[in-house]
Design a binder for this molecule. Sequence first.
Ligand SMILES: Cc1cc2nc3c(=O)[nH]c(=O)nc-3n(C[C@H](O)[C@H](O)[C@H](O)COP(=O)(O)O)c2cc1C
Length: 211
Amino acid sequence: MLSNAEIISKETKNKKNKEEAVNMCDIDPLRIIFERRSTRSFTTEQIKDNELDIIIKAAKFAPSAMNQQLWHFTVVQNKELLARINSLTRNAFEKSGNPRYEERARADNFSPFHNAPTYIIVTVDEKAIAPQADGALALGNAFLAAEALGIGSCWIHAVNYLYTTVEGKELFKELGVPEGYVPIGSGAFGYAAGPKPDPAPRRDGTVSIIK
Ligand SMILES: Cc1cc2nc3c(=O)[nH]c(=O)nc-3n(C[C@H](O)[C@H](O)[C@H](O)COP(=O)(O)O)c2cc1C
């Protein structure tokens, strides 16, 4: 069984910042959990390949029902493709018949993924035991890894609606999403353009402790 340090150091073994990655194992996970915020404003600078590797590795180390790991991560960093996903989503929203989506589509600066330079779509085999749970946990791990690396992130749900359209399904094929895999969610990733927002207050009365 590999230790965390060994896992990360194996992942980055031929990369310059191996030491930096190993040091990440000293990061307090609770601090990462409490300090992560959804980021909705990103710089145009692309995240580094070794950072992306760690984010994906973290996603793949999420638990999955019966350890099926029937997920697929589609990472889009190509600017033309990002622009196309943007416009396909906008068209889908415009034609949705949903007033909230239609209003969003009218915004001049429309970008479902907040113009992030890295967009990761998480799909899971629809025949998996618990596709929603597996995919959500993977995405959650990816967000926490991003936070540990100083990278902003945000869950982006629009991909689920896009997939309900013919154009969305065609896009998934083109992107190489395996047959029968359905979107669970997606994530925007990049360096935050501004300070972190304050955390939204957490709802009270949501816990029962029975001793
Ligand atoms: C299932 C799910 C869907 C979400 N969809 C979006 C989205 O489409 N766009 C967005 O900007 N944020 C989205 N979010 C982010 C939430 O708005 C955010 O997590 C919440 O406001 C709490 O803020 P925090 O993440 O900073 O703690 C989503 C979060 C979840 C879990």
